[in-house]
Design a protein around this ligand. Sequence first.
Ligand SMILES: Cc1ncc(COP(=O)(O)O)c(C=O)c1O
Length: 369
Amino acid sequence: MNDPRAPGLAASADDVAAHVAATIRPEIRALAAYPVAKAEGMIKLDAMENPYSLPADVRARLANALSEIAINRYPDGGADVVKAALRASLALPDDVALMVGNGSDELLQIITTAVAKPGAAIVAPDPSFVMYRLYAVYANARYVAVPLQDNFDLDGDAMLAAIERERPALIWLAYPNNPTGNLFDAATVERIIRAAPGLVVVDEAYYAFADRSFLPCVREFANLIVVRTVSKIGMAGLRLGYAVAHPAWIVELEKVRPPYNVNALTQAAVPLLLAEHALLDEQARAIRAERARLTSALSTIAGVTAYPTATNFIVARAPDANALFAALRVANILVKNLHGWHPLLKNCLRITVGTPAENDALLKVLKQA
Ligand SMILES: Cc1ncc(COP(=O)(O)O)c(C=O)c1O
């Protein structure tokens, strides 16, 4: 570039800072950007990913399909092929609508944006998925966190009292819950849906590892949306989530969805991989089996409590989570240290279930620490 301006003419840092401070909302400036730990060369057990890669023949077919895509063109704005593949794999009835997002994260933000009237309250159990609170902050909504019980169960009475008091526009229920891993009592969830004056979103990011789902109930309740993701079943890198509900909800949410939010490579890859039912089922089965083995092995370590889980991760409490986290890092194993997140999570680590070899490496360090 042939820029005629002298290089010394940069705005001063103080001037930029003053403009930022005067312009960016204080509640945004008070936040920290979502931290994603660098995991190069480490055993990665921190983000609830599926630890298994794809077999060579599937990768070859994927590469072939992706090489055909016209990436000079925008993707299909309606994402018709990927939606048809999802509908078929879920056996969705015609009178139920589906929309797709760039990860379910995007759908959570779209839903929050759509309901956030001035003064609107959003209720969720606490601790739960951290993005619920952040999206409420972004949308200027009032976020009301209702503490879980000590055993991580929903406090049904406290939730109903919050519904009565706050008349929330939106209630989040992660089913199963992140970061605690447990599946809330279905009857309590139902009571909440019935009592809610607004929308209830049941977030089933971990459905593949749980035996219960509210997906079959979306026709029954007028105020229920079920959100899911393909991230935890082996496609985290593709970023695809979906919301299922009565069409009248989806019509409104579609107005908030950015055009072309799901890219062309994802739209081609997801149908191809969803067709690999046997592979996906087998991987989920292997993760569940390893989850059982890892849970019992963790429970045999002195001072460690491994909590029941219906997900692909395990919450384990230890006498000193910080020390264990550090020892694991030295051994190049990355887990999530939940200590300090919430009083209920004191001295807790969140451990994603890995391959048998990865889990063995983790157990070896924990037993020696
Ligand atoms: C409960 C819950 N919901 C939603 C998400 C977001 O998933 P994604 O944006 O990868 O679809 C996560 C991710 O960890 C989660 O735990």
